[in-house]
Design a protein around this ligand. Structure first.
Ligand SMILES: [Zn+2]
Length: 318
């Protein structure tokens, strides 16, 4: 329902339609050509012809069709994946993921803290993007997992957000929790999972959304697929975007942005321990990441939150 076809525009940031020389994804197209083994049907020329047509179709779909993000208004390459599909995939993965992390926490007080922070962030997220909470297509849910060994937090496409007890216990202040949750919720709002799924589809290694749409996947398979998606980590650009907007979300919700630095410090302290935080395997503490967070906090102090939100939003719509 949010799909919108746009002809490719020529600008520096986007590969042009037909500009194959620049398409890094072409290497992954090997799979479409069948590897040259075992193909007995049709002439090699015909098979190559069909493969080229399929490849061109995939490339055209990926590079020429964009969707407007329902919350941010930015234009994104997410193939044909709709927010409704993201939500359905996320929900289907929940039981398998909960089981993998020892079930849902039985600590009622801590669970309500996690849910309270999530509920406080939701209206702030809508406000940051000049929307109402009703405009948000993602029905966020916040779950504290019972796992007290794996220090981790992640969100699935569609809004299912998880924090493990092992990470939760490290926090000394609520704004550290708000920092990690704001960051994960930004991955959902900015549809980073859908971007990755669309790109992997392009590379021929996965046909996630299509397979899912046909109902060919069990809940367990969806859970494994989603875990792989979130545990392989996002790109540097996506992580930077989640840091940036996660920080704006938490600041808008009235939390101290320093909580984001606090979060990294808390994790750093136990990095040398017997079980280093799993969170760091997907969220590396690169100096530029920390520097960018510090710079953004300084900018908020200097210019005020509203101006930083305005200029960040304007940059998104360029
Ligand atoms: Zn992240």
């Amino acid at each position: 329902m949010y799909a919108r076809f746009q002809p490719c525009r020529r600008n520096a940031r986007r590969p042009r339609c037909g500009g194959f020389a620049r398409m890094g994804g072409l290497g992954g197209m090997g799979g479409l050509f069948g590897g040259g083994r075992g193909g007995r049907r049709g002439s090699p020329l015909m098979r190559i012809g069909i493969a080229v047509v399929i490849a061109l179709f995939a490339l055209t779909t990926y590079y020429c069709s964009t969707q407007s993000n329902p919350m941010t208004g930015g234009s994104q390459r997410v193939g044909n994946i709709t927010p409704d599909q993201e939500i359905a995939m996320g929900l289907q993965a929940v039981p398998g993921i909960v089981a993998q992390f020892d079930g849902i926490s039985r600590d009622a007080t801590s669970k309500s803290v996690v849910q309270g922070v999530g509920q406080r962030l939701l209206p702030a997220i809508a406000k940051v993007h000049a929307k109402t909470p009703e405009d948000n297509p993602y029905p966020f849910e916040f779950t504290l997992l019972d796992d007290d060994e794996t220090v981790n937090a992640f969100a699935l496409p569609g809004g299912q957000t998880f924090v493990t007890e092992a990470l939760f216990r490290e926090f000394t202040r609520e704004d550290q929790l708000a920092a990690v949750m704001g960051h994960e919720m930004a991955h959902v709002i900015f549809r980073h999972g859908a971007e990755r799924m669309a790109r992997e589809n392009l590379n021929g290694s996965l046909t996630m959304a299509a397979t899912f749409a046909k109902g060919d996947m069990s809940g367990g398979a969806v859970a494994q697929m989603m875990l792989r998606l979130v545990s392989n980590g996002y790109s540097r650009e996506q992580e930077a975007q989640a840091d940036h907007w996660g920080l704006l979300y938490m600041a808008e919700a009235g939390y101290d942005p320093q909580g984001m630095i606090g979060l990294l410090e808390v994790l750093e302290k136990q990095d040398s321990g017997p079980s280093p935080p799993k969170y760091f395997s997907t969220h590396p503490r690169t100096p530029d990441r920390i520097e960018a967070i510090r710079e953004l906090i300084a900018r908020i102090d200097r210019e005020g939150l509203n101006r930083v939100i305005e200029s960040s939003s304007a940059a998104l719509r360029k």
